[in-house]
Design a protein around this ligand. Sequence first.
Ligand code: CA
Length: 242
Amino acid sequence: MTATRPEASPSTIFVLEDEPEIARLICASLTEYGFRCEHLATGRQLLSRARQQTPDLCIVDLGLPDMDGMQVVRELQDGSPCAVLILTGRNDVTDRVLGLELGADDYIVKPFEPRELVARVRSILRRYQRSAPMESVGEKTIAHFAGWIFDSGRHAMTAPDGREVSLSAAEASLLAVLLRRPNKIFSREQLLGERDVDPFDRSIDVRISRLRRKLDDDPQNPKLIKTVYGAGYLFAAQVSWE
Ligand code: CA
Protein backbone atom coordinates (compact mmCIF):
# COMPACT_ATOMS: atom_id res chain seq x y z
CA MET A 1 0.00 0.00 0.00
CA THR A 2 1.06 3.55 -0.40
CA ALA A 3 0.85 6.14 2.33
CA THR A 4 2.20 9.43 1.22
CA ARG A 5 2.86 12.40 3.42
CA PRO A 6 -0.07 14.73 3.84
CA GLU A 7 2.01 17.64 2.54
CA ALA A 8 2.78 15.81 -0.71
CA SER A 9 -0.52 14.24 -1.65
CA PRO A 10 -3.13 13.90 1.08
CA SER A 11 -3.59 10.46 2.60
CA THR A 12 -7.18 9.28 2.40
CA ILE A 13 -8.80 8.27 5.66
CA PHE A 14 -12.22 6.64 6.01
CA VAL A 15 -13.89 7.29 9.33
CA LEU A 16 -16.45 4.70 10.41
CA GLU A 17 -18.37 6.21 13.32
CA ASP A 18 -22.11 6.19 13.96
CA GLU A 19 -22.18 9.18 16.30
CA PRO A 20 -22.35 12.31 14.08
CA GLU A 21 -20.78 14.61 16.70
CA ILE A 22 -17.72 12.41 17.15
CA ALA A 23 -17.40 11.87 13.40
CA ARG A 24 -17.51 15.63 12.83
CA LEU A 25 -14.81 16.18 15.45
CA ILE A 26 -12.53 13.50 13.95
CA CYS A 27 -12.95 14.73 10.37
CA ALA A 28 -12.39 18.37 11.38
CA SER A 29 -9.13 17.46 13.16
CA LEU A 30 -7.84 15.28 10.33
CA THR A 31 -8.75 17.83 7.66
CA GLU A 32 -7.02 20.54 9.65
CA TYR A 33 -3.82 18.49 9.52
CA GLY A 34 -4.05 17.98 5.78
CA PHE A 35 -5.69 14.58 5.51
CA ARG A 36 -8.52 13.77 3.15
CA CYS A 37 -11.38 12.45 5.23
CA GLU A 38 -14.59 10.57 4.38
CA HIS A 39 -17.23 9.78 6.97
CA LEU A 40 -19.28 6.58 6.83
CA ALA A 41 -21.92 5.81 9.44
CA THR A 42 -22.38 2.05 9.10
CA GLY A 43 -20.13 -0.97 8.66
CA ARG A 44 -21.84 -1.95 5.41
CA GLN A 45 -21.31 1.54 3.95
CA LEU A 46 -17.64 1.46 4.83
CA LEU A 47 -17.04 -2.00 3.36
CA SER A 48 -18.77 -1.15 0.11
CA ARG A 49 -16.90 2.19 -0.16
CA ALA A 50 -13.56 0.43 0.54
CA ARG A 51 -14.29 -1.96 -2.33
CA GLN A 52 -14.44 1.03 -4.70
CA GLN A 53 -11.34 2.73 -3.30
CA THR A 54 -8.80 1.41 -0.82
CA PRO A 55 -8.03 4.21 1.63
CA ASP A 56 -4.64 4.67 3.29
CA LEU A 57 -6.21 4.17 6.67
CA CYS A 58 -9.58 3.37 8.23
CA ILE A 59 -10.66 4.55 11.66
CA VAL A 60 -13.16 1.96 12.88
CA ASP A 61 -15.50 2.50 15.82
CA LEU A 62 -16.26 -0.86 17.46
CA GLY A 63 -19.79 -0.03 18.63
CA LEU A 64 -21.88 0.22 15.46
CA PRO A 65 -25.62 -0.06 14.79
CA ASP A 66 -25.46 -2.61 11.97
CA MET A 67 -22.52 -4.89 12.69
CA ASP A 68 -19.67 -5.60 15.05
CA GLY A 69 -16.65 -3.35 14.41
CA MET A 70 -14.38 -6.40 14.80
CA GLN A 71 -16.20 -8.03 11.89
CA VAL A 72 -15.63 -4.86 9.84
CA VAL A 73 -11.88 -5.05 10.58
CA ARG A 74 -11.84 -8.73 9.60
CA GLU A 75 -13.66 -8.13 6.30
CA LEU A 76 -11.49 -5.08 5.51
CA GLN A 77 -8.34 -7.15 5.88
CA ASP A 78 -9.75 -9.82 3.58
CA GLY A 79 -11.02 -7.49 0.88
CA SER A 80 -9.15 -4.17 0.96
CA PRO A 81 -6.08 -4.40 3.19
CA CYS A 82 -5.27 -0.97 4.62
CA ALA A 83 -4.05 0.45 7.90
CA VAL A 84 -6.65 0.32 10.68
CA LEU A 85 -7.02 2.39 13.83
CA ILE A 86 -9.67 1.07 16.19
CA LEU A 87 -11.79 3.53 18.11
CA THR A 88 -13.41 2.02 21.14
CA GLY A 89 -15.62 3.23 23.95
CA ARG A 90 -15.21 -0.06 25.73
CA ASN A 91 -12.12 0.26 27.84
CA ASP A 92 -11.58 -3.45 27.64
CA VAL A 93 -8.17 -5.02 27.13
CA THR A 94 -9.52 -8.18 25.50
CA ASP A 95 -11.26 -6.11 22.84
CA ARG A 96 -8.09 -4.16 22.11
CA VAL A 97 -5.91 -7.23 21.92
CA LEU A 98 -8.49 -8.97 19.74
CA GLY A 99 -8.48 -5.94 17.46
CA LEU A 100 -4.71 -6.11 17.11
CA GLU A 101 -4.95 -9.87 16.53
CA LEU A 102 -7.28 -9.14 13.64
CA GLY A 103 -4.64 -6.94 12.08
CA ALA A 104 -5.47 -3.48 13.37
CA ASP A 105 -2.45 -1.21 13.76
CA ASP A 106 -3.45 0.63 16.90
CA TYR A 107 -6.43 1.55 19.03
CA ILE A 108 -7.61 4.63 20.84
CA VAL A 109 -10.10 4.70 23.68
CA LYS A 110 -12.95 7.21 23.89
CA PRO A 111 -12.99 9.91 25.08
CA PHE A 112 -9.85 11.00 23.27
CA GLU A 113 -8.02 14.21 22.49
CA PRO A 114 -8.26 15.03 18.76
CA ARG A 115 -4.53 15.81 18.76
CA GLU A 116 -3.80 12.38 20.18
CA LEU A 117 -5.86 10.81 17.41
CA VAL A 118 -4.02 12.78 14.73
CA ALA A 119 -0.67 11.78 16.28
CA ARG A 120 -1.63 8.10 16.18
CA VAL A 121 -2.79 8.36 12.57
CA ARG A 122 0.46 10.03 11.55
CA SER A 123 2.52 7.46 13.40
CA ILE A 124 0.76 4.55 11.66
CA LEU A 125 1.13 6.13 8.22
CA ARG A 126 4.84 6.88 8.87
CA ARG A 127 5.36 3.27 9.87
CA TYR A 128 3.85 2.08 6.59
CA GLN A 129 5.88 4.59 4.62
CA ARG A 130 9.11 3.50 6.24
CA SER A 131 8.44 -0.17 5.83
CA ALA A 132 7.24 0.00 2.22
CA PRO A 133 9.43 -2.76 0.81
CA MET A 134 9.73 -1.00 -2.55
CA GLU A 135 11.96 1.69 -1.08
CA SER A 136 14.71 -0.54 0.25
CA VAL A 137 14.96 -3.29 -2.34
CA GLY A 138 14.22 -1.34 -5.49
CA GLU A 139 11.61 -3.03 -7.63
CA LYS A 140 12.02 -6.30 -5.77
CA THR A 141 8.80 -7.29 -4.04
CA ILE A 142 9.07 -11.07 -3.71
CA ALA A 143 11.11 -12.61 -0.89
CA HIS A 144 12.19 -16.25 -0.66
CA PHE A 145 13.14 -17.78 2.69
CA ALA A 146 13.12 -21.28 4.22
CA GLY A 147 10.90 -22.64 1.43
CA TRP A 148 8.43 -19.79 1.80
CA ILE A 149 7.61 -17.09 -0.75
CA PHE A 150 6.37 -13.70 0.46
CA ASP A 151 4.71 -11.38 -2.04
CA SER A 152 4.77 -7.94 -0.42
CA GLY A 153 2.63 -6.47 -3.19
CA ARG A 154 -0.23 -8.89 -2.53
CA HIS A 155 0.16 -9.26 1.26
CA ALA A 156 0.36 -13.01 0.76
CA MET A 157 2.72 -15.90 1.36
CA THR A 158 3.07 -19.30 -0.26
CA ALA A 159 3.98 -22.04 2.22
CA PRO A 160 6.59 -24.71 1.38
CA ASP A 161 3.67 -27.12 0.74
CA GLY A 162 2.11 -24.68 -1.75
CA ARG A 163 -0.63 -23.37 0.56
CA GLU A 164 -1.57 -19.70 0.15
CA VAL A 165 -1.47 -17.76 3.43
CA SER A 166 -2.90 -14.25 3.51
CA LEU A 167 -1.59 -11.49 5.76
CA SER A 168 -3.16 -8.34 7.10
CA ALA A 169 -1.58 -5.07 5.97
CA ALA A 170 0.01 -4.67 9.41
CA GLU A 171 1.47 -8.18 9.37
CA ALA A 172 2.80 -7.81 5.82
CA SER A 173 4.47 -4.52 6.70
CA LEU A 174 6.09 -6.05 9.82
CA LEU A 175 7.28 -9.11 7.89
CA ALA A 176 8.73 -6.88 5.16
CA VAL A 177 10.80 -4.99 7.75
CA LEU A 178 12.15 -8.24 9.20
CA LEU A 179 12.90 -9.78 5.80
CA ARG A 180 14.69 -6.68 4.58
CA ARG A 181 17.36 -7.09 7.26
CA PRO A 182 17.53 -10.76 8.20
CA ASN A 183 19.61 -11.70 11.27
CA LYS A 184 19.48 -8.13 12.54
CA ILE A 185 17.98 -7.55 15.98
CA PHE A 186 15.08 -5.13 15.90
CA SER A 187 13.83 -3.61 19.13
CA ARG A 188 10.08 -3.37 19.68
CA GLU A 189 10.44 0.40 19.30
CA GLN A 190 12.10 0.01 15.90
CA LEU A 191 9.40 -2.35 14.77
CA LEU A 192 6.74 0.03 15.99
CA GLY A 193 8.60 2.85 14.28
CA GLU A 194 8.24 5.22 17.22
CA ARG A 195 10.72 6.35 19.85
CA ASP A 196 8.23 7.50 22.43
CA VAL A 197 6.32 4.27 22.35
CA ASP A 198 4.20 3.13 25.27
CA PRO A 199 6.33 0.44 26.99
CA PHE A 200 3.18 -1.50 27.76
CA ASP A 201 2.09 -1.54 24.16
CA ARG A 202 1.56 -5.18 23.27
CA SER A 203 0.77 -4.64 19.62
CA ILE A 204 4.16 -5.80 18.30
CA ASP A 205 4.13 -8.94 20.43
CA VAL A 206 0.61 -9.75 19.29
CA ARG A 207 1.56 -9.22 15.66
CA ILE A 208 4.73 -11.30 16.03
CA SER A 209 2.77 -14.18 17.50
CA ARG A 210 0.26 -14.01 14.67
CA LEU A 211 3.07 -14.04 12.11
CA ARG A 212 4.66 -17.02 13.84
CA ARG A 213 1.36 -18.89 13.73
CA LYS A 214 0.97 -18.17 10.04
CA LEU A 215 4.57 -19.27 9.40
CA ASP A 216 3.99 -22.48 11.41
CA ASP A 217 6.79 -21.22 13.65
CA ASP A 218 6.41 -22.96 17.05
CA PRO A 219 6.07 -20.11 19.60
CA GLN A 220 7.78 -22.27 22.26
CA ASN A 221 10.78 -22.84 20.02
CA PRO A 222 10.60 -20.48 17.04
CA LYS A 223 13.01 -21.16 14.20
CA LEU A 224 12.24 -18.15 12.01
CA ILE A 225 11.22 -15.20 14.17
CA LYS A 226 13.45 -15.46 17.24
CA THR A 227 12.91 -13.56 20.46
CA VAL A 228 16.10 -11.98 21.74
CA TYR A 229 15.39 -11.51 25.43
CA GLY A 230 15.66 -7.93 26.56
CA ALA A 231 16.44 -6.79 23.00
CA GLY A 232 13.65 -7.60 20.56
CA TYR A 233 13.23 -9.89 17.59
CA LEU A 234 15.26 -11.10 14.65
CA PHE A 235 14.48 -13.05 11.52
CA ALA A 236 16.78 -16.08 11.42
CA ALA A 237 16.89 -17.26 7.81
CA GLN A 238 18.56 -16.55 4.51
CA VAL A 239 16.38 -14.22 2.49
CA SER A 240 16.63 -13.46 -1.19
CA TRP A 241 14.51 -10.79 -2.91
CA GLU A 242 13.51 -10.89 -6.56
CA1 CA B 1 -20.49 4.01 18.24
